[in-house]
Design a protein around this ligand. Sequence first.
Ligand SMILES: Cc1cc2nc3c(=O)[nH]c(=O)nc-3n(C[C@H](O)[C@H](O)[C@H](O)COP(=O)(O)OP(=O)(O)OC[C@H]3O[C@@H](n4cnc5c(N)ncnc54)[C@H](O)[C@@H]3O)c2cc1C
Length: 379
Amino acid sequence: MFKLSEDQEMIRETARDVAQEVIAPLASDYDKKEEFPWKSVKQLQELGFMSMMVDEKYGGAGLDTVSYALAMEEVSGACASTGVTMSVNNSLYAYPVEKWATEDQIEQFLIPTISEKLGAFALSEPDAGSDPAAMTTKAVKDGDEWVLNGNKMWITNGGAADYYVVFGITDPEAKHRGISTFILKKDDPGFEIGPKESKLGIRASSTTPLTMDDCRVPEDRLLGQLGEGFKIALNTLDGGRIGIASQSLGIGQAAIDAAIEYAKTRQAFGGPIARFQGLQWMIADSTMEIEAARLLTWKASEMKDNGMKYTKEAAMAKLYSSEAAVRAADMSLQIHGGMGYSTDFPIERYYRDAKIGAIYEGTSEILRLVIAREAIGRF
Ligand SMILES: Cc1cc2nc3c(=O)[nH]c(=O)nc-3n(C[C@H](O)[C@H](O)[C@H](O)COP(=O)(O)OP(=O)(O)OC[C@H]3O[C@@H](n4cnc5c(N)ncnc54)[C@H](O)[C@@H]3O)c2cc1C
C-alpha cells in the first residue's frame, strides 16, 4: 500500500512523461477552443491507457486499479478534459462491458474501444441525476428487437464515442429492479447525439445530451440480465469514483505545484513571496490534504484489486479528493494574485476544472449519503 511495485512506478513514470511532453502543451488550446482533445486521446490509446484494466486476452493492458489511479492522476494534472475521457472509457464503459457482456458482445463492442474507438455511459437524464431510479427512458421488446425511447443528459464522450452503455426501464412496475442495460451504436436508427454543452470547466471534453426516438436495436444488445441495470450502474460507479478521485488528485497536485513555482519567483517586499509564512501554511495544508486524498484513493483501488467491497472507500476517496482539489485550486489562485485571474496561467483552468469532481458520478451530498449508509447500516 505504501510502496508502489516496480511495475506501478513504471506506469507512473510513463504516464508522467506523456502527460508532460505531449498532453500538457496542448491542454490550454483545447480548453480555450472547447475542442475535443483527440491528439491526447490517440496518444493514450497507443499506450494502452484507454483500456488499462481490460484483460490482456482481449488486447487490454491487464493492469491493476492502482496503476490506473496513478496514470489518471498524471494525465489529469496535464489536462483534466483528457482525464475524464480516459476515466469514462476505462471505468464507465470498458469495465461494465467486460464484466457483463457475452463473448460476442466483447468482440463487437469492447475490443474496438481498446485502441481505436471510444465508449460512453448514459445513466443521467434531465429529471434524473442524483436519483437515477427516477429515469423515464423506456425499452420495450418488439419481436426480436428492443425499441428505446427517452432522453439522456450530460453524457461524457457523447459526441466522440462510437458505443454507449445506456440504461432504460424494461419493467415499470419493478421500480429500480425494472431497469436494464443496453449497448447502442452511434449510428443506430432513432439514436441522436445532441450538441456539445458549453461548460465552466473540462471544456474540451465532449458532454452532450442523447435522444432515443423509437431507436430499434437487435435483442442481443441487452447487457447482462433483464432488470440488472441498476446493479450494473451502481457497481460501475464505485469503480468510476476511483477514476474521478484520481482526476481530482491530478488537478489538486498541479495547482499546488503551480503555487510553489509562482511563490518562489514572484517578488514582493524585497524578496520571493514564498518566504511569507502565511503562504507557506496555505501550501502546507493543501499538500497534506492531497496526500491524504491520495492514500484514500490508493486504498480504494487496492481493495478493488483484492476483490473486496469498496463502495464506502471509493465514495470517501472521491468526496475527499474532489473537495481537497477545489481548496488547492482556490489556494493556488490566491497565491498567484492578479496573475491567477488571467487566462495566461494554467491555474485559472485548474480552478474551473476542479469543481466538476464534486458533481459527477455522485455529488458530494450523495456520496455523504453513501458513506453514511455504509457506516451506519440500514436501520
Ligand atoms: C460535465 C458533466 C459530465 C457528466 N457526465 C456524465 C456521464 O458521462 N454519464 C452520466 O450518466 N451522467 C453524467 N453527468 C451527470 C452527473 O452525474 C449529474 O449531474 C449528477 O449526478 C447530479 O445530478 P443533477 O445534475 O441532476 O443534480 P440534482 O440531482 O438535481 O441535484 C441538485 C442538488 O441537489 C442535491 N441533492 C439531490 N438529492 C439529494 C439528497 N437526497 N440529499 C442531499 N442533497 C441532494 C445534489 O447534491 C445537488 O447539490 C455529468 C455531469 C456533468 C456536469
